[in-house]
Ligand binder design. Structure first.
Ligand SMILES: Nc1ncnc2c1ncn2[C@@H]1O[C@H](COP(=O)(O)OP(=O)(O)OP(=O)(O)O)[C@@H](O)[C@H]1O
Length: 253
């Protein structure tokens, strides 16, 4: 079954066509990677899935019937689509636990409002769920640390916890291992594989690191200059001459 369907999406910034007639079909339960050279339109496309950008034309449909076009970011989130950003979007002044309690409460109550903040600490149900998530991601021992002081790898892990606690059906990951050491990258690959298996979450991953892409992806779509130039299994993509050409005019993947 298709969980995300993108049809005929176009997006221009002034005279620059960032996306040109993009079609994409993401099967439920799979990892679908979107790769392509710098400036290919990957982030623009992801932004069209989460309400940050509205395509000029075309449709983005979630779970068969829900159009994501025109919905606000929090409404898209409520339908079950979560996004982990390239630069972690966390509350740097708050503890790890507080950071995870906020989306936990937002998920339960609809939209998080700061007026609920005062009773957040006393909310045992929210606290327990957030703690459980931190345990699952190996962050429980750091729960009282101020998030702004975490390492880059832990910040990304925290942001992942903040997404997962909302029980998404579709998780969008924008370069989940950018700036990580090889060891942290491999830990993240393991973690994402485990999450996929245990929770059955479909994932769309934008990634430059081909080790990550080929470790995780079931299917790959290659964007170049705003157009999908190739699509298929990692094996098929690896040997596709159009893809080799798009990357630095013929470098080998
Ligand atoms: N808000 C914007 N205003 C104007 N141009 C933009 C805007 N956002 C993106 N672009 C342009 O659209 C094109 C696609 O950019 P996008 O960030 O989607 O590429 P990308 O594939 O994600 O690149 P990278 O791998 O470097 O992150 C680029 O030429 C970029 O300069």
């Amino acid at each position: 079954m298709e969980i995300l369907k993108v049809e005929g999406v176009n997006k221009a910034f002034g005279g620059l066509k960032a996306l040109h007639d993009v079609n994409l079909s993401v099967e439920a339960g799979t990892v679908h990677a979107i790769i392509g050279p710098n400036g290919a339109g990957k982030s623009t496309l992801l932004n069209c899935f989460v309400g940050r950008l509205i395509p000029d034309t075309g449709s983005v449909t979630f779970n068969g019937t829900t159009s994501l076009i025109g919905l606000k970011a929090h409404e898209i989130n409520q339908t079950g689509v979560s996004r982990v950003f390239q630069t972690p979007e966390i509350f740097g002044e708050l503890t790890i636990l507080e950071n995870v309690m906020i989306p936990t409460m937002a998920r339960r109550d609809g939209e998080f409002s700061l007026q609920f903040w005062r009773r957040l600490d006393a909310d045992a149900e929210v606290r327990d769920k957030a703690l459980h998530m931190l345990e699952d991601l190996g962050l429980a021992s750091k729960k009282d640390i101020i998030a702004g002081s975490l390492s880059r790898g832990d910040k990304r892990r925290l942001e992942l916890a903040m997404c997962l606690v909302q029980d998404p059906k579709l998780l969008l990951l924008d370069e989940p291992t950018a700036g990580m050491s090889r060891a942290d990258t491999n830990n993240t690959i393991d973690l994402l594989q485990r999450i996929g298996e245990e929770r059955g979450i479909t994932k769309v991953v934008i990634e430059h690191d081909m080790h990550v892409v080929f470790s995780l992806a079931d299917k790959i779509s290659v964007l170049a200059q705003g157009t999908v130039i190739a699509e298929g299994t990692p094996q098929a993509i690896k040997g596709d001459p159009r893809v080799q050409e798009a990357y630095l005019g013929g470098a080998h993947l």
